[in-house]
Design a binder for this molecule. Sequence first.
Ligand SMILES: *Cc1c(COP(=O)(O)O)cnc(C)c1O
Ligand code: SF4
Length: 447
Amino acid sequence: MTHEQLADPPCTSEVADHRTFRRDEYWRALPGFADVDAETFHTHTFQTRNSITSVGKLMALLGERVDPGFYRDLADGLRHAPMAIRLSPYLLSLIDWEDPYNDPIRRQFLPLGSGARRDHPELHLDSLHEQEDSPVPGLTHRYHDRALFLTLDTCPVYCRFCTRSYAVGLDTEEVEKLHLNVNLERWKAVFDYVSGTPHLEDIVISGGDTYQLRPEHVRFIGDTLLDIDHVRRMRFATKGPAVMPQKILTDDAWREALVGVVSRGRSMHKEVVLHTHFNHPNEMTGVTQDAMNLLAELGVTVRNQAVLQRGVNDDLATMQSLTKRLSHLNIQPYYVFFHDLVAGVEDLRTTLRAGIEIEKGLRGTTSGFNTPTFVVDTLGGGGKRDCHSYETYDEENGIAVFTSPTVRPGRRFFYFDPIDGLSEEAQARWADPAARRQMMDRVLAGG
Ligand SMILES: *Cc1c(COP(=O)(O)O)cnc(C)c1O
Ligand code: SF4
């Protein structure tokens, strides 16, 4: 290869971008937080007590900084949303309130009526069949050697796009949910199943969100699973570091419980790690850096699972910046998920093609071990598949078909592009049940 064929190294401003984390007092620009000092703002108690859970509370904090039309649009969006709102003061302050319509954090947490798109006709609640693959309530066992444990159903924030909106969060006008409370009897059934299933080696401890677990519950769950011989690996899943990093620094009891399980695991030659969920570079600031530095010093491995979202991170520059910033903070970018089919968030989904192109551009940006795999969690319980591994992809109608030899051999699984980007003819075919069945059958048969 000649020299000319090599891409130029990035310019210095790009380098600075991923190594610099803001430390200004951005929250003071919000009328409701103007008098809050850094010492108060950066505590988990302030963040939790002042969570924003209603339009009224948002108006009280932002006042006239935001156009009244925005609040009406938000109230309208919430009427049809599968998730109630819950936002930390930290995230709220990171939204650019000069331009809330286009802000990547606003788009993830605050639904607007004006942004709504019709749901895909093939959408079903619990599109991943997590409930059908549950041998006991709150445990999904789909892959041979690992399982997903839903410990509770609350989170420090509620994301519009949550895949588990069938269970997570408060009931809304649209959805009455399956509730998974903290319940020691239910947990015991989960532990019994895990200890009675010797091929299970890896448990994802999720929710909801493990930030919400009391420290003694973190310890109890961690120790109980560590004491099962065949369990070799576990991950505590939490969006916490992305939405309330303060807790890592100021909730000593929770952090010590986590570190205790990690250390005990290490002494038993087992792996206990934290999996988190950053989607945009703006979600990482100086306090994130402090929190991640502390976890690094304490020997906690952190990995990230992002979700590809339209208007949030569906462009190469944003995904490169996210990846480089995560790497800088010792957070390993593990997965980028294509957006699942979830009610009321069609405006956030991208096409399979869009994600494939971003992946091609991203790979090579940095070390391979810090380059995420782009995966589709296929409809109907086929599990996660590499986006490039589809069997057929009809881009005209937005239909992709995958196989899943390890999870359900011999079967085929769909993923669908959002309909609003298709041609008018294709949209008309989707609107006609007979034509729809025909297109799907044709792609299933191999194009
Ligand atoms: C994602 C997932 C896992 C973990 O899968 P990895 O590919 O190992 O991250 C386990 N169980 C279920 C049901 C999942 O959805
Ligand atoms: S933090 Fe995770 S589980 Fe909770 S609402 Fe967001 S995506 Fe869903």
